[in-house]
Design a protein. Structure first.
Length: 450
């Protein structure tokens, strides 16, 4: 077909596609006359039948319906798990793809060169590594209440899970106990189209080192028998969040304690941390320790430095560096997480760390006024990375060294490029695999002022 006669496929069209690469985020890439189709559930070498779910001028998105010819690389999946889309790739291949995607993002998106790229550090556990799982409630074809994950690409269809292979056995037992109780109570799932029904989400969080288990039930406005639920579930803390948010989120709402402790405790890098229900904590405990170890090596502190811990969460990175620093100043937007960071400093007898609540975009200048300029700045932002304005604020703060912990190389790349344009040198990038069986990539980049 000539390109001039090429018509973009309509939404809903079924296509026969050959996958030739993997995109950031994990979708397969197929090309129709140069028009790119991102295909979920497909890997390079597959020929698939896929349905178009989104059509744009420059590209389309599609979902695999059938694998017509499997890639020679495909392996048999261990579980039907929407949270583990890369389990069909051998683990060594997953690592190689992640390594290459980090290189590609930095060189192609960031136009960066001259840096050292370390070999990716493999994960300790390839399965059952997650310390936190967020499930959704739904209804099966027979009308029965189920608890599991969203079907790929669907906002309302939930796939039941009986043994989540990314969670520990104990965490699975807690989910089944809550589900059995909800069924016995005759409770209904929140319907995402009609906004009826009570049960929205279930969050199960585990202290891998402390053995503690926290369960949080997220519902719409309504009532439930907390005492009876607490008697039915084997955990150390049970909380209940009520929200009328339209979006599917476990953040926000009003959270109350039903039974046990309000926060989870975990050990990391020889320190003990308190984690409140809404605070961020790395979901792979064992690999978080490895990641922070790499960050500490790259920071290479001598003991006198003023360290900023931007996007500090409950203070894990800053507190793990404090013994090797002169002083640590943390900044974080969620007040409960900052409260955790302050109490975590106290409980670990760390005297040289201070934490503040604020938006880095607005509060970084104030922090520099209060604390003076940092020698080393650790930056660990969410997936969206830093806006250009925040990068300018960091440049103004003028740290000698920046240790950037990134969970998205495609946002690290432009941020690092902007820093390099103003005189920083990207020295070294170290990928760490925190999330086996998924396309997510974590890495530590170190930049020095020239
Ligand atoms: C990837 S987490 C890192 C947390 C922590 N460094 C850790 O390893 O546990 C990103 C953190 O940034 C916080 N955050 C998001 N936007 C922010 C902003 N504009 N200003 C400050 N903190 C923000 C989130 O609440 C979250 O705790």
């Amino acid at each position: 077909m000539e390109s001039s006669t090429f018509t973009r496929p309509e939404k809903g069209a079924e296509l026969d596609l050959r996958i030739d690469a993997l995109a950031y985020g994990g979708n397969g890439i197929a090309r129709l006359e140069g028009y790119v189709v991102f295909v979920s559930g497909a890997i390079p070498g597959d020929r698939v039948r896929a349905v178009v779910t989104k059509r744009k001028r420059g590209y389309a998105e599609a979902r695999t319906l059938d694998v017509l010819e499997p890639s020679p690389e495909r392996i048999v999946p261990l579980a039907d798990h929407p949270g583990a889309p890369w389990q069909v790739l051998p683990y060594e291949r997953q690592l190689a793809v992640k390594q290459e995607q980090v290189r590609d993002a930095l060189t192609r998106i960031g136009h960066l060169d001259g840096f050292e790229l370390d070999e990716i550090v493999p994960a300790v556990e390839q399965w059952r590594y997650r310390n936190k799982l967020e499930y959704s409630f739904g209804t099966d074809a027979d009308g029965a209440l189920i608890c599991g994950f969203h079907a790929p690409g669907s906002w309302h269809q939930i796939v039941a899970v009986s043994d989540c292979l990314l969670a520990s056995e104990r965490s699975n037992v807690a989910r089944e106990q809550v589900l059995a109780w909800c069924r016995a109570q005759g409770l209904e799932a929140f319907d995402r189209r009609t906004h009826t029904g009570l049960l929205r989400n279930l969050v199960v969080r585990e202290g891998r080192r402390t053995g503690q288990l926290q369960v949080r039930l997220v519902t719409g406005p309504g009532e439930l028998d907390g005492a009876s639920l607490a008697a039915a579930v084997d955990c150390d803390g049970l909380t209940w969040t009520r929200t009328d948010a339209l979006a599917e989120t476990t953040q926000g709402g009003v959270t109350e304690i039903v039974a046990g402790a309000p926060s989870l405790e975990e050990e990391l890098c020889g320190l003990r941390f308190l984690i409140s229900p809404h605070a961020f904590f790395q979901t792979n405990t064992e690999m978080a320790e490895v990641l922070y170890g790499v960050a500490a090596q790259r920071a290479d502190l001598k003991g006198w430095e003023r360290v900023y811990d931007l996007y500090c969460g409950i203070g894990t990175v800053g507190l793990s560096l404090a013994a090797r620093a002169g002083e640590v100043w943390g900044l974080e937007i969620i007040p409960e997480a900052v409260a955790n960071a302050i109490s975590n400093a106290r409980r670990n007898e760390v005297k040289n760390a201070r934490f503040f609540a604020g938006d880095v975009r607005l509060a970084l200048r104030e922090l520099v006024d209060e604390a003076n300029r940092p020698d080393v700045c650790v930056i660990d932002p969410p997936r969206a990375g830093l806006s250009q304005k925040v990068v300018r604020r960091v440049i103004e703060a003028a740290p000698r060294r920046i240790v950037y912990i990134s969970c998205n190389p495609t946002t690290l790349a432009p941020n690092a490029a902007q820093l390099v344009e103003t005189g920083y040198v990207l020295r070294r990038v170290s990928p760490v695999d925190m999330f086996p069986q998924t396309p997510h990539i974590e890495c530590v980049a170190v930049l020095d002022r020239a």
